[in-house]
Design a protein around this ligand. Structure first.
Ligand SMILES: Nc1ncnc2c1ncn2[C@@H]1O[C@H](COP(=O)(O)OP(=O)(O)OP(=O)(O)O)[C@@H](O)[C@H]1O
Length: 233
């Protein structure tokens, strides 16, 4: 297994407060690493640090074996990573869904026809082909999540970094999202509060608390429990 992404003894401070403290991790090909932890623990900060989007970073960040110390180092390697922001509104910026999803491949040099065809294929695979002509900013929260993911998948990245991908996604769309991620051939770094999603997809987990990262185990327990379902009357 070769190393794709790595943090080595990385600390991040914001307004004098330490948000990430001496964090080390490495993601290798074939791995799906989940990062779990309570609100405010530093998960998004960790992902943003790997993408070179944080200031005040001490320690070493390596992408695809290359140490990235400044924006110049990150900018040439970022296109190989698909990063799903925690807030979909930070990701969607084209007027329509199809334009948004086709933007990535166009930017990577595909022809317009090729980019549109790739975008339509991925939207169909996610079961949201009907959203193609819709205005991006008028989508529901769950629809936006899926469209953002489609935009990443059209770029065929080597690694996905996903910040709460299932947030706001309903059960049926959640099944399609999981299926698309299970079929993704590259490695993944996942931040999620959805234990079922992590248990299904992750091959390994780490926990973060108050900015300190440590190894964690993924357990599946068999429970006898009552399970509420709400159906239309
Ligand atoms: N721009 C900012 N300026 C100052 N503090 C910030 C900023 N962004 C985040 N923080 C603080 O840094 C800490 C870590 O935030 P981070 O978003 O990484 O947490 P998280 O683990 O992703 O939380 P959640 O599960 O709620 O998304 C929190 O205490 C947060 O309030």
């Amino acid at each position: 297994m070769s190393e794709l992404l790595a943090l080595e003894d990385v600390s991040v401070s914001r307004e004098g407060a330490r948000v990430l403290s001496h964090a080390s991790l490495s993601l290798s090909s074939g791995e799906r690493l989940a990062i779990i932890g309570p609100n405010g623990a530093g998960k998004t900060t960790l992902l943003r640090t790997l993408m070179g989007l944080e200031r005040g970073v001490e320690g070493r960040v390596r992408l695809f074996g290359t140490e990235c110390g400044d924006e110049h180092g990150f900018s040439s390697l970022r296109p190989r990573i698909g990063y799903l922001f925690q807030d979909s509104d930070d990701q969607l910026f084209c007027p329509t869904v199809i334009e948004d999803v086709a933007f990535g491949p166009l930017n990577l040099g595909c022809t317009q026809a090729e980019a549109l065809s790739r975008a339509a294929d991925v939207l169909a695979q996610l079961g949201i082909g009907a959203l193609a002509p819709r205005i991006s900013h008028r989508l529901s929260g769950g629809e936006k999540r899926l469209v953002c993911l489609a935009g990443l998948l059209t770029m065929k990245p080597e690694v996905l970094i996903l910040d709460e991908p299932t947030n706001g996604v309903d059960t049926e769309n959640g099944h399609r999202l999981r299926a698309a991620l299970r079929g993704f051939p590259g490695a993944m770094l996942l931040v999620s509060h959805d234990d079922g999603f992590i248990a299904e997809l992750a091959t390994r987990a780490m926990a973060i608390r108050d900015g300190t990262l440590s190894a964690a185990a993924i357990h599946a327990h068999r429970h006898m429990h009552s399970h509420p379902h709400i159906h239309p009357a």
